[in-house]
Design a protein around this ligand. Structure first.
Ligand SMILES: [Zn+2]
Ligand SMILES: [Zn+2]
Length: 263
C-alpha cells in the first residue's frame, strides 16, 4: 500500500480555512499518512488555527519559527524573535524549528537582520534538541556558515524546497541534512533539479508540497495541497527508476528519523 509524507506545507494558512476537512480527506485518499505543518511564530491568526488543523488531521506534526521574510521588525531585538518561536513551538508541540534561514532573492528583510534572527533560532533548535527546517535562496554560503557556527556542529535538519545545484546538495549532505524536493521537480525546465533528485542518497531524501504554493504539474498555478505530493513523488520515483511504493516507504522512514521518532 502507498504511504506518503508531505514534509512541508502551510495547512494553517487562511486559504485552507473554507475547506480544510476536504483537503485532509483528499490527502488521506492519496495515501498521504502525515505532513509537517509550518507555522509562522508571530502570526496570531495562524497560530489560532493550530487546534483545528490538529483535530482535522491528528497525524500532522508542526514546526514553528520566524521566516526570513519576517525578520526585519526584529532588528535590535532578536531576543523577541526567539521568544516568539519558543512560545509558538511549545504551544503547538512542534517537532521542529522552522522555517528559518536566509532569502537573498527577495531581500524582504535586511541581510544582517536575517542572519541574526536565523542564527538565534538555530541556537534555540540546538538548545531544545529539535531539527531545523531551512529556507535558503541565493544564500548558500551564508546559510552553511550560520549552521556551522550557531549549530556548534550539532544542528540537524532539512533543506526545504531544495532548488540548488548538485554541489550545494553535497554541502547540505555534508552537514548531515535531509534534502526535500518540491513540485518544482515536475516542471518542464527543471532537468538540473531532476539530476539532483537522482543524486541524493535514498536515506536523505524528503518530498514536500509547500502548499498552498508551488503546485506540481498538472496542477500548476492552482492552490497546492498535500494530496498533490503524490505527483512529485511519482516523478521522483520515475527519475530514480524505482517503484513509487518503495520510494514512499523510504521517504516515510526518513521523515520519522527527521522528526526524531524511532531514532
Ligand atoms: Zn520556504
Ligand atoms: Zn514554506
Amino acid at each position: 500500500m502507498l504511504s506518503l509524507i508531505d514534509s512541508h506545507c502551510h495547512l494553517a494558512d487562511e486559504v485552507f480555512v473554507p475547506d480544510l476537512d476536504a483537503v485532509v480527506a483528499r490527502a488521506k485518499a492519496a495515501g498521504v499518512a502525515s505532513a509537517l505543518c509550518i507555522l509562522s511564530a508571530d502570526e496570531a491568526d495562524e497560530l489560532a488555527r493550530v487546534e483545528k488543523v490538529a483535530s482535522s488531521w491528528p497525524e500532522v506534526k508542526f514546526a514553528a519559527a520566524i521566516h526570513p521574510h519576517r525578520a526585519g521588525p526584529y532588528q535590535g531585538r532578536v531576543d523577541d524573535a526567539v521568544r516568539a518561536t519558543r512560545q509558538a513551538a511549545s504551544a503547538a508541540g512542534a517537532v521542529a524549528i522552522g522555517e528559518v534561514g536566509l532569502d537573498y532573492h527577495y531581500d524582504f528583510s535586511p541581510r544582517d537582520v536575517q542572519r541574526a534572527v536565523f542564527a538565534a533560532q538555530v541556537a534555540l533548535a540546538v538548545e531544545t534538541s529539535r531539527p531545523v527546517v531551512i529556507h535558503t535562496r541565493e544564500a548558500t554560503d551564508d546559510t552553511v556558515a550560520v549552521l556551522r557556527e550557531a549549530g556548534q556542529g550539532r544542528v540537524r535538519g532539512v533543506m526545504h524546497c531544495f532548488s540548488g545545484t548538485i554541489d550545494e546538495a553535497r554541502q547540505a549532505l555534508d552537514l548531515g541534512f535531509f534534502i526535500s524536493l518540491s513540485g518544482i521537480l515536475t516542471f518542464p525546465k527543471a532537468e538540473s533539479l531532476r539530476e539532483v533528485g537522482r543524486f541524493v542518497p535514498a536515506d536523505r531524501v524528503l518530498v514536500e508540497t509547500d502548499a498552498p504554493f508551488l503546485a506540481p504539474v498538472p496542477y500548476r498555478g492552482k492552490r497546492n495541497e498535500p494530496a498533490w505530493v503524490a505527483e512529485t513523488i511519482a516523478r521522483l520515483a520515475a527519475v530514480r527508476g524505482m517503484p513509487v511504493e518503495t520510494l514512499g516507504a523510504q521517504v516515510s522512514e526518513n521523515f520519522a528519523r527527521f522528526v526524531g521518532a524511532g531514532a
